[in-house]
Design a protein around this ligand. Sequence first.
Ligand code: SF4
Length: 373
Amino acid sequence: MVTKNRKNTQKSGEAPAGRSFCFSLAASTQLITRRLEFQPALHAWYRIHQRKLPWREAPSLYKTVVSEFMLQQTQVTTALPYFERWQRELPDFKVLAAASEAKVMKLWEGLGYYSRARNLHKLAQALAGRTEPPRSPADWQELPGIGPYTAAAITSISFDEPAACVDGNVVRILARLTGEGRLFRDGSAAAKHFTPIADALIIGSHPGTHNQAMMELGATVCLRQRPLCLVCPVAGFCSARKSGDPEKFPRLRPKQIEQRSVIRVWCEQRGQLLLKRSHAGARQLAGLYELPEARDLHLPPPDKKTLLAVKRRAITRFQITESIYALKQTPALRQIIASDESLEWVSLEKLDDITLSGPHKRWIQELRQHVKT
Ligand code: SF4
């Protein structure tokens, strides 16, 4: 398996790193050869040290699916209150399938990457039309929002399918265990490389436990920075620890960061705030409200004296600087607003009834205080 994968990676233009490549190949083979020792050591640690998480208590297919969707791109601590609320409001696939999109989006408000919520909703509706859920990773990948990682997580945990989950955590662990020194184009290329090794480490009848143990190790011990090698249950199998500098694995090509500037406006009148609602087909923000951009209103860059706040945020490889300016309504502006269905006046008292994107909800709360004072 490892030899086949080496061919694939060379084809994609990633040069093997000479001696370290031979070293990591030998280390991969050795790790797989020792899997009968590796897995018990990992599982014994997981049984004792796993975190108590609501989707692990009385687990069900529904809890697994919802948690896997929430945990894509989101930390466990951030997802926890959302998960608890979601379970109370939408306790199973049937209730979720019948819920309105507005309710689903409101429950997701602030968690970001809103296509996950829409896909989860669609997935529940797709399952509602079937007598039984699919069981294989390939069949799950036919459903909305399910990629190889999520399919492996769901089917291994819920149906004991021997499919390895290979996310950033697992890539990091395997790169360190094997001392893999090659430079990967990105996380997907690295995941592709390590999938055969991750699959080979799955033995026995509880692949879901194995996958969760690997992810738990990556989240709590084999940390990106300052890994806790002294308490690591698989330290005896680890090439990077022996090298003395585990943090340098995995080697991923640095992302090209792109700077973007956005000019937004705060236009308030008679207890109402002007907001823009993204159109229903928008990939990320469909149906969500945000402060409008100056260009939505065909406005030139506003006067610097009217600047209210500058906000910075990072989304994937973009560093975005958003400047928010106070804007007064004029007759020309009134016409523009009247002719654009996506622009709406929303009562400040009713902001909790609509779904704002996470950062805009925070900014609006801050700016309401600021504008009042
Ligand atoms: S020994 Fe250290 S680097 Fe190696 S797997 Fe364990 S925590 Fe990670």
